[in-house]
Design a protein around this ligand. Structure first.
Ligand SMILES: C[S@@+](CC[C@H](N)C(=O)[O-])C[C@H]1O[C@@H](n2cnc3c(N)ncnc32)[C@H](O)[C@@H]1O
Length: 218
């Protein structure tokens, strides 16, 4: 866990530009590494939460909030908990939400492997770009399902292996080494099988090597 914490501490100041392909260089890097040109995949994914959603949402890992805060500006009727293991990433998210006067969001440091909430607390769980980082992925799946209400929605995206050799090389040789990714990684088929077994109404698609999904707890 220290490796992850330090990995994200060291990149927290450039993370926003990187994840949003915020300049020409990062756009190129994103296309080469992930096969993804911009952050449109996250905008499409977030459309699965209706703007009038009036429930309790857990965003884990929230990171710096860069991909979600435009959506959160619309979700005035929701109560949102943003959780991340890295205090450095979360501090940036907290400032961003405060600067945008988003009062229905609480930022809390926490581990997806041990989510500090009771069973069936949330109407929706959002997990963007987290599973390739989480050290214990099976525990993360178990914990997310535990805190989700029956019929609650689970939406997310993350890196999957097996789409292109180039992306897999970068994941294993750069991101695992700098502490921002933790193996083993899933393939698209493995995730489809897992989510189909545990959830209903699964929709699953990939944009380059990023897998996006939406499903409901049975
Ligand atoms: C690539 S960032 C994604 C952040 C955000 N959702 C986004 O898409 O921009 C991955 C995040 O996972 C967090 N993380 C890694 N392991 C974690 C864990 N066990 N519990 C909670 N967060 C964790 C890291 O601190 C980091 O902020």
């Amino acid at each position: 866990m220290d490796k992850i914490k330090n990995g994200y501490k060291s990149i927290s100041n450039v993370y926003d530009k990187y994840i949003t392909s915020g300049n020409l260089l990062f756009k190129l890097v994103s296309k080469i590494i992930w096969g993804v040109e911009d952050k449109d995949y996250s905008i499409e994914l977030l459309k699965n939460i209706p703007n009038d959603f009036a429930g309790k949402i857990l965003d884990i890992p929230a990171g710096t909030g860069i991909l979600s805060f435009e959506k959160y500006k619309q979700l005035n009727n929701s109560e949102i908990i943003c959780m991340d293991y890295s205090k450095d990433m979360l501090e940036i998210a907290k400032r961003r939400f405060e600067n945008n006067n988003l009062k229905n969001i609480e930022c809390r440091q926490g581990d997806v492997g041990n989510i500090p909430f009771e069973n069936e607390t949330f109407d929706a769980v959002l997990s963007m770009n987290g599973f390739h980082a989480f050290p214990d992925k099976e525990k993360a799946f178990t914990e997310i399902k535990r805190v989700l209400k029956n019929n609650g929605i689970f939406i997310g995206c993350f890196y999957i292996k097996g789409i292109t050799k180039r992306t897999d090389w970068f994941a294993n040789n750069i991101f695992v080494k700098n502490g921002t990714f933790t193996p083993p990684f899933y393939t698209k088929d493995e995730i489809a099988e897992k989510l189909n077994r545990e959830y209903k109404e699964l929709e699953l698609w990939n944009v380059g090597s990023i897998l996006c999904f939406k499903c409901k707890k049975m």
